[in-house]
Design a protein around this ligand. Structure first.
Ligand code: 7RM
Length: 636
């Protein structure tokens, strides 16, 4: 039996129990047997949740790029590491071998050094989904610089805020980016941001769209000539286990975005371990995660986890709807994708489209289907299972957070029996628990409460950059000696977990606690409904009442809206009970979403509360324009 690769349910339970009884031995064996180290650790785990200090493999020395690149050269030098699929389907895709990637990373690392970047310096990466993004991140890791990737759809303001918070010395960007039939002038956004970023001394510019850009003398450099002039060899910087690897910003419900700080060894061990098990990756598989690298899923499961396992990982530049809604399935067929990992928001959008977009393509290479980012509602689960999986491929509904670094609760495909809407069981090493409002752990099943983690795991964030106090406040102050996730969850009779959404999404109606996910699930079961979001608004008698925002599948649906409202409430009554019926239902063309596809209920709540005067910063939304439209129609 291998702890690193779980192959049966019996093995899972054995390994899980060991991980709880002897967590240090468990992680030590995994670290020892599956990675290369320059020096062994002095202690596996030092932790104190009270002081909110966590150290894994302290004293060890390593370089993560040696684990992701160098060590594969002997056996997998000619294997494809990255398949780049461009936005435009007529542009050829690119297959980058491990040897080639290694060389490109080393050259890029030398360019960074030439620019004066040293171990510990922060490097802002603001690039589209092109290979240079992966190369830039790994080049930072090669020399011990800390990358801070900012999603290349964020505004100049959002970018400047993130650059200034961690005082980046350099920005890596491109002239522009292709997204569907649009191009975005990224360099112009960087120029605007840098007007308020005093720490940035230089900008490296990748040529992608070939559009006209302004190059500021002595600050801005085209990357290509620098790469051509750089040495091809670059020894990996020897890093300590707890040295910072990257910062990734995630927005909280209030205040500035939080720069979550991840360190080296624990992050590497945990993302590699979860990648192997959650996707059951085999040597010749082609794995595709559709997430943008500007999101934790992209860091952990497009780059570090796959490369640490010597996998072939697909990187797609464009959007699911370009040139039409069949693009994802076209790519699956073209590259014979074995594991496909995407977000519920994409699944729902794809399910809304005509089935012929799927039927044209051969999806027989698929083995495992994954979902992450939001609750995967039952309706979407069935579509994914029936239409994409042909009823034969396990769906892994994976729950995790920027803060957790890696997947925490998920089925292991072919091992864990799955049920729609359940993320099922914790990964070995993860000890979840549910807490009640009095701060006590709820033992026994079934149970519902706030989801916490009782014991440290290797890839947990170590701090919020520059604000350790906020780290402590946000995650470790609500429940003693526990990490609080901010999510609500229920545990069924068999111990399976279902994530019901952020706890601030819980609405109390006439004294009943209602999670938004099950209600949205019921609404989405209506055949005319594509997607929905539920929020609370004050009600004289009930305390709160429910307000539903509903997108219909057919825009311009001619059916009587009042009739649809009745039918939707009928389904809610059947599935949950009359207590969960919606007081108001507004049909809308869109829902405000974050770049990673999460519905911003905070904004909808304000609208439902008739208080849309101060919606906060909506510039980082995927679709800020729908907000106006929703406000407009909320008034009629
Ligand atoms: C990976 C990621 C984290 C929040 C998290 C949850 C929600 C993520 C699931 C999910 C239900 C899932 N990181 N979430 N995965 N909810 N089921 N499988 O999304 O930092 O951007 O967001 O996302 O609320 O706390 S994140």
């Amino acid at each position: 039996m291998s702890q690193y690769h779980i192959k049966s349910l019996e093995e899972y339970f054995q390994v899980y129990h060991k991980s709880v009884r002897q967590p240090e031995t468990f992680w030590e064996e995994i670290a020892e047997e599956n990675f290369v180290w320059k020096k062994r650790w002095d202690s596996v785990l030092d932790w104190n949740f009270e002081k909110h200090e966590i150290k894994w493999f302290d004293g060890a020395q390593l370089n993560i790029t040696e684990n992701c690149l160098d060590r594969h050269l002997a056996t997998r030098g000619n294997k494809t590491a990255i398949i780049f699929e461009p936005n435009d389907p007529s542009e050829p895709s690119e297959h980058i071998t491990y040897r080639e990637l290694h060389r490109r990373v080393c050259q890029f690392a030398n360019v960074l050094k030439d620019q004066g970047i040293k171990r510990g310096d922060r490097v802002c990466i603001y690039l589209p989904m092109i290979p240079q993004l992966a190369v830039a991140m790994l080049a930072c890791a090669r020399i011990g610089a800390v990358h801070s990737v900012v999603f290349a759809g964020f505004s100049a303001n959002a970018l400047a805020e993130r650059i200034n918070d961690c005082e980046c010395k350099i920005v890596v960007t491109s002239d522009g980016s292709f997204r569907g039939n649009k191009t975005l002038n990224l360099k112009a956004i960087v120029d605007e941001a840098l007007e308020t970023c005093p720490t940035v001394a230089s900008v490296l510019v990748v040529k992608r769209t070939k559009e006209e850009v302004n190059m500021k003398e002595e600050r801005d450099f085209w990357l290509l000539p620098l790469l051509d002039a750089a040495y091809k060899d670059c020894d990996p910087e020897i890093m300590g286990a707890e040295d910072p690897l990257f910062i990734l910003y995630t927005s909280g419900s209030t205040g500035l975005p939080k720069g979550m700080l991840h360190t080296t060894a624990g992050y590497m061990v945990y993302t590699a371990y979860t990648f192997k098990n959650v996707f059951q990756y085999q040597e010749n598989d082609v794995y595709w995660c559709t997430a943008d690298i500007g999101w934790i899923t992209g860091h952990s499961y497009l780059i570090y986890g796959p490369l640490a396992n010597g996998a072939t990982t697909v990187m797609y530049e464009g959007i699911p709807s370009y040139p039409d809604w069949s693009r994802f399935w076209h790519i699956v067929e073209k590259h014979k994708v074995s594991q496909f990992y995407t977000a519920p928001t994409a699944i729902r959008a794809l399910a809304k489209e005509n089935i012929s977009f799927v039927e044209e393509f051969d999806l027989s290479s698929l083995k495992v289907l994954g979902s992450v980012g939001e609750p995967l509602n039952e309706e979407a689960w069935h579509w994914y299972n029936d239409i994409i999986g042909k009823g034969k491929r396990p769906i892994v509904d994976t729950w995790f957070q920027t803060e957790t670094g890696g997947i925490m609760i998920s089925p292991i495909p072919f091992v864990t029996p799955t049920i729609p809407t359940f993320a099922t069981l914790p990964i070995p090493g993860i000890q979840p628990c549910l807490m009640n409002d009095e701060g006590n752990e709820i033992k026994g099943n079934p149970a519902e409460g706030r989801l916490c983690i009782k014991f440290p795991w290797p890839s947990m964030a170590r701090s919020i950059w520059g604000n350790h106090e906020r780290f402590k406040e946000t995650y470790f102050s609500l429940f003693e000696n526990k990490y609080f996730t901010g999510d609500g969850a229920l545990r069924d009779n068999t111990g399976y977990y279902r994530i019901t959404g952020r706890v601030d999404d819980v609405i109390i109606v006439s004294g009943h606690n209602l999670g938004t996910a099950p209600i949205e699930d019921a609404i989405n079961e209506h055949p005319a409904v594509a997607e929905s979001a539920v929020v609370g608004f004050p009600h004289e008698i009930k305390g709160n009442a429910l307000y539903g925002f509903v997108i219909l599948k057919e825009t311009g649906e001619t059916r009587d809206h009042d009739n649809l409202r009745k039918e939707i409430n009928q389904i809610i009554t059947e599935r949950i009970g009359p207590i969960a019926k919606l007081e108001k239902i507004q049909f809308t063309i869109g829902l405000p979403k974050t770049r990673s596809g999460k519905i911003m209920r905070r904004i909808l709540r304000k609208i439902a509360n008739n208080d849309s005067s101060d919606l906060g910063d909506i510039s980082t939304l995927l679709n800020p324009e729908v907000v106006e439209e929703i406000i407009e129609h909320s008034k009629v």
